[in-house]
Design a protein around this ligand. Structure first.
Ligand SMILES: Nc1ncnc2c1ncn2[C@@H]1O[C@H](COP(=O)(O)OP(=O)(O)OP(=O)(O)O)[C@@H](O)[C@H]1O
Ligand SMILES: [Mg+2]
Length: 405
């Protein structure tokens, strides 16, 4: 050391100065170490940021809800995988396109977009219909929140939604069953109330009949009265059974037998109307586990509706097959029976209503056939679907269970 220090204090002060950067060699090294440290920290932070980014991206992409963000022009700026799956588009096809294109009802879309962008309103569980690439209409429930940047400035809107198809079909099913249960109770009550006084009227009429001598024309009138009472009783009994079917008596049976049996019942009706009946049975179809009388009742209703839908002849095709089906969260192998007619079809606006009790478009219809049938199928552990094209025809598909649950 060239410099001489007089005191220990001076020595310490010199060393401190050197480390403070006054010595070029030591200071360069310190700077280098410092830089290296900072670089390491930066690399660590970048890695953490990348992980956070991937984590958030993973959440947004894999979440079951559909997520769409839009800008001030209501153009889509981001759309996640779930939303793309529902809409049946790719990211590239939708990004930078107007959100409005996805709505079925464009006027409703205008109102909603105006509320979101101009009025800055937020939505909570609003139900609308989306139109997919292949033209399917998907009911969705959406909620919205504002999209803000780091400075809390408003940048657009985040829309998160759920596909409500299953929920809505479940809801309509419950409503239908509710209505049917009420209908069953009410009609059972009415039938019962009418049958009681009828029994009284019948007894009195029979006593009256005996009071007239043989050959008296009044005795003949009373006899007719009793006959009419019996007929009304029969009708009430039928309605009673129809509106409130008993619990299914399950057993194994061949669905082919039911299809044929019901055809025989209605063959002459079909012949009269020039309807050609064709059956296409799958090989090795397992037996179904159902109440055969109830399934027969369903087939009668469906055949009758098909016959009613074909005015100047046509085709009625019954096809059986076997397939996997989801019934109340369970996947099961089921027997499917398609009953397809070439009739006038069902108007789209009526599609929702055909299973409602008393919905009919026929002058002599009661409107109970399909509502009772869908309930019977459900009680037998199956399900019923319908597809129809106006002017072309209608296909009802029944899915029936093959094993004891
Ligand atoms: N195969 C079909 N083709 C065309 N329309 C159909 C068909 N099946 C049902 N429908 C429509 O659905 C409505 C309801 O059918 P549903 O069987 O419940 O009652 P309905 O046939 O009118 O009376 P009913 O109680 O005597 O059966 C019918 O009135 C008809 O408009
Ligand atoms: Mg009917």
């Amino acid at each position: 050391m060239s410099k001489q220090f007089e005191s220990k204090k001076e020595t310490v002060s010199f060393l401190n100065k050197s480390y403070d950067g006054n010595s070029p060699l030591i200071s360069q090294r310190a700077n280098y170490e410092n830089l290296e440290n900072q670089y390491k920290k930066l690399a660590d932070r970048t890695k953490t940021l990348e992980q956070v980014y991937k984590f958030h991206k993973g959440i947004v992409q894999n979440i079951s809800a559909g997520i769409i963000t839009i800008d001030f022009n209501a153009d889509i700026t981001f759309i996640n995988t779930s939303a793309l799956l529902v809409a049946e588009y790719t990211f590239k096809e939708l990004v930078n396109t107007p959100l409005k294109n996805l709505f079925v009802d464009k006027e409703e879309a205008n109102v909603i977009i105006d509320a979101l962008i101009n009025k800055r309103s937020m939505f909570e569980s609003k139900e609308v219909n989306l139109q997919t690439r292949t033209g399917k209409i998907i009911p969705i429930g959406f909620s919205s929140t504002f999209l803000k940047n780091q400075n809390s400035a408003y940048e657009g809107v985040i829309i998160s939604f759920r596909d409500l198809t299953n929920l809505i079909s479940f809801r309509t099913q419950i409503e239908r069953m509710d209505r049917l249960a009420t209908l069953g109770e009410v009609s059972a009550g009415i039938a019962h109330e009418i049958r009681n006084p009828l029994a009284g009227i019948k007894t009195s009429a029979q006593v009256l009949e005996e009071s007239f001598g043989p050959g008296d024309f009044r005795a003949e009138l009373v006899k007719r009265l009793v006959k009419e009472i019996d007929r009304s009783n029969e009708l009430l009994k039928k309605f009673f059974n129809f509106a409130r079917p008993g619990k299914p008596k399950f057993d194994y049976t061949q669905v082919e037998m039911l299809v044929d049996g019901v055809y025989l019942l209605l063959a002459s009706k079909m012949k009269k109307k020039n309807i050609i009946f064709t059956k296409i049975f799958a090989d090795d179809l397992p037996e179904v586990y159902v109440d055969e009388n109830q399934i027969e009742q369903v087939l009668i209703n469906l055949y009758m509706n098909a016959i009613d839908a074909m005015h100047d002849g046509g085709k009625l095709v019954v096809r059986t097959s076997q397939m996997e089906q989801k019934i109340k969260e369970d996947r099961q192998t089921m027997v499917r029976v398609d009953i397809e007619d070439s009739g006038f079809g069902i108007d789209t606006k009526n599609m929702e209503r055909i299973f409602n009790p008393f919905f009919t478009t026929k002058s002599d219809g009661v409107g109970l056939g399909l509502s009772i049938s869908s309930r019977l199928i459900e009680e037998n552990g199956g399900k019923m679907e319908v597809q129809s094209t106006v002017g072309k025809g209608t296909k009802f598909s029944l899915y029936l269970p093959i094993q004891v649950k």
